[in-house]
Design a protein around this ligand. Structure first.
Ligand SMILES: [Zn+2]
Length: 147
């Protein structure tokens, strides 16, 4: 019996490692894709200095911003020297790219996302002053952004 159990454990472990490797591969692939394709969709939110025009089109200026893998469908946007907010790039159903922040409700602790559409929304989020309405407890207050 112990042998059979050991085999099951080994099998589950193997499946989980394969799943984890696949997830990592997809996350890295999405981050590369976002680095190349997201800039032209985010230029109305971020300052022009955050982009560089190349012969391949608009790219992020890595002096100010970078993209890191986060998940198979989201990548983390790093703004250099700015901590405290987790900003995510995602792909919309219309093959465009959007920006959102992960926010934690200060009352119930529920994490949720808030879309960012304008430079001002981005600034209020980075300064922790964004007005949010929690989908779970409907608490309304300045957000606590997940670092
Ligand atoms: Zn809440």
């Amino acid at each position: 019996m112990a042998d059979a159990l050991a085999l099951i454990k080994k099998y589950v472990h193997r499946l989980e490692s394969a799943h984890e490797a696949e997830r990592r591969r997809k996350s890295e692939s999405f981050a590369r894709e976002a680095f190349i394709h997201a800039p032209s969709h985010l230029q109305e939110i971020l300052p022009p200095e955050f982009f560089i025009e190349t012969s391949y089109g608009l790219r992020f200026n890595t002096r100010y911003v970078d993209v890191e893998p986060k998940g198979p469908h989201v990548a983390r946007l790093l703004i250099k020297g700015v901590n405290g907010a987790e900003l995510l790039i995602y792909k919309t159903p219309y093959a465009t790219y959007g920006l959102c922040a992960r926010i934690k409700c200060p009352t119930c602790g529920e994490p949720f996302t808030k879309e960012i559409k304008t430079p001002k929304e981005l600034l209020t989020i980075l300064e922790g002053k964004a007005e949010v309405s929690c989908p779970v407890c409907h608490f309304k207050k300045a957000s606590e952004v997940i670092a």
